[in-house]
Design a protein around this ligand. Sequence first.
Ligand SMILES: [Zn+2]
Length: 99
Amino acid sequence: MDNKTKKEQVCDWCSSLAEEEQHTVFWELPDGTRAIEISNVPCIHCSSCGMIYSTDKITKDIEDQLLLVDTKQIPKTINYNELMSLPRLLKRNYFDFFS
Ligand SMILES: [Zn+2]
């Protein structure tokens, strides 16, 4: 099974074999106040049809994270791993709700 050594994916658009790559994406914050630039986001790049897209799982991970962190702390540009390691508000500021 050679496919296991290299991360290959099937393109959602044309069903050809596509590769995983990291790309910079622009993302609008859930509150719509501004957009941030997220670098090194795992994306699928299909050389057959030229599509570059992030998977549903990655998209959902980013959306969930943006809902749970203090978006005011996010700089204009952040990399994917930094974004995912930001502390989540619900934990850190739990007691603030009662003050
Ligand atoms: Zn394709």
